[in-house]
Every structure is written in C-alpha cells, then in structure tokens.
Design a protein around this ligand. Structure first.
Ligand code: FES
Length: 250
C-alpha cells in the first residue's frame, strides 16, 4: 500500500461513512439511484487548442427519490433506463478488478510539495491531465505556488479519481469540494458521451452480492455497457463512439 494513502484513514473514512444516498448496481440491469441524488449533464469544455480546461453544467434532470439509470448503453431514453437491457440480454457482470482498492492500483509520483497518485485502470480519457506539460511533469515543480495551484486544479478535474493530489507535508489529499451528485458526461471535443460522474461520497453497492465499493470522492460508472472494469468506466465509450441524445440536439 502507498504510504500516503495508508497515512490518511480518517479522511477516507469520512467519505465512506455515507450520507444516505445510494447507487445499486443491479444484476445485468440499471443503476438504481436512491435518495434524490441531483442529476445533470457535465460537459468537458476545451480551449481553442482542444485541451480539456473545465467542466460546464448542461441540462438538469428531475431527480426523483428513486430513479434508474441505463447501464447497458441501449436505452432510447438515456440517461434513464427503459428496460432495453432485457431486450438485448445485457451481461453486466461486475469485474473482480473493480474491487481492488485504490491504494493497491495506484503508483506514486513525488514532487517537492505535492505527490501524485495514479491508478491507470480508472482512466476515462477526460484529458484534464494533459495541458501545461502534463501533471506528471508539473508535480516536480510544485515548490512554485502558481504551479501548485495549476496542478491541484488539473488533478481535481479528473472525474474518475484516477489522479489524486497530496499535500506532502500533511499527507492529506487536496480534494475540490463537491456536493453529492451524478454528472452525465459529454465530451464535445471527442464527439462522444462518457460515463456517469459520481461525486460527494455516494455509496455504490453491488445488487448481485451486496458488496460495497470503496468510497472515493470522484468515481465514474460505465453507461455504455462495454467497460471491462464494470461497474466503472475504462474509457471504452470513446473507442465505440458512444452517444446519447445530447448529440441529437447538437
Ligand atoms: S461509459 Fe466509459 S467505458 Fe462505458
């Protein structure tokens, strides 16, 4: 286990205590969302050079006390489920690899004031890590305050939590404050729709065997149906050109 991750159990626990909100990964079916979790499109905004720069909120959806989100990629009413998983015989088997703790997946990169932990398996290809020479280079220059700010912002925009910034003096994470919500990711630069972005420590639980996934501040759930790391996104949506109704309106 990485020393930094192991040193920070209190913070990890505060996220995982839960807040009454829940996402259940139903067996070969949709995500069942309980607790009236806010739901809105989250669009990746790019600069004129095509680099991912920030998030922009798009359409908001009515958040009923309980609702079902498509997990197979075939619904005609995305992001909601319309029972298409039954028609297509969706195999939504959850992957063993998705249950490996972050600390066991991640590699650590140390800089003077910040460290970067990186669990590549969780990459969804949102590309906030690429500008300014990449976060892997920037971490080496985090003794400069302006670089530190830039670095923290870029890392904090990584939706899946693949990347985490750490204050090396306090061994605590630098985490943007985000309320519990689900974002329906759209990526105009790549011309695809992306995963569901879960923020705020919402509990994610298997409907098959009751397993409760490790709670992290930023997580991304596959909604194209094709990830090899279900229930989490592994970036396959880009390779298959996954699109929802956002593109019908575009
Ligand atoms: S939504 Fe990213 S792999 Fe399915």
């Amino acid at each position: 286990m990485l020393a930094l991750v192991a040193s920070n159990p209190a913070e990890r626990e505060s996220v995982s205590e839960g807040n009454g909100l829940r996402i259940t990964v139903s067996q070969n079916g949709p995500y069942i969302v309980s607790g009236g979790v806010p739901l809105a499109q989250q669009i990746i905004d790019a600069d004129e050079e095509g680099n991912s720069r920030d998030w922009r909120e798009g359409q908001k959806y009515d958040a009923a006390p309980e609702y079902k989100l498509c997990r197979c990629g075939n619904s005609q009413n995305k992001p909601f489920c319309d029972d298409s998983h039954l028609r297509v015989g969706f195999d939504g088997s959850e992957s063993d690899s998705a249950r490996v703790p972050y600390a066991e997946q991640a590699v650590e990169y140390d800089g003077p004031e910040r460290a970067l932990t990186d669990a590549r398996q969780l990459c969804v290809g949102a590309r906030f890590c690429d500008p300014n020479g990449t976060v892997w280079r920037l971490v080496e220059r985090t003794d400069d305050e302006s670089v530190r700010e830039l670095f923290d912002g870029m890392v904090g925009n990584c939706p899946s939590g693949r990347l985490i910034s750490w204050n090396r003096r306090t061994a605590t994470t630098i985490e943007p404050s985000r309320d519990p919500s689900i974002g329906v990711i759209e990526d105009p630069q790549l011309g695809v729709s992306g995963p569901l972005w879960v923020t705020g420590g919402i509990r994610i639980q298997s409907g098959t065997d009751g397993y409760v996934y490790e709670s992290r501040a930023r997580m991304t759930l596959c909604r194209c149906g094709q990830s090899a790391n279900k229930p989490f996104c592994d970036g396959t949506h880009a390779a298959i050109g996954f699109r929802d109704d956002f593109w019908r309106a575009a």
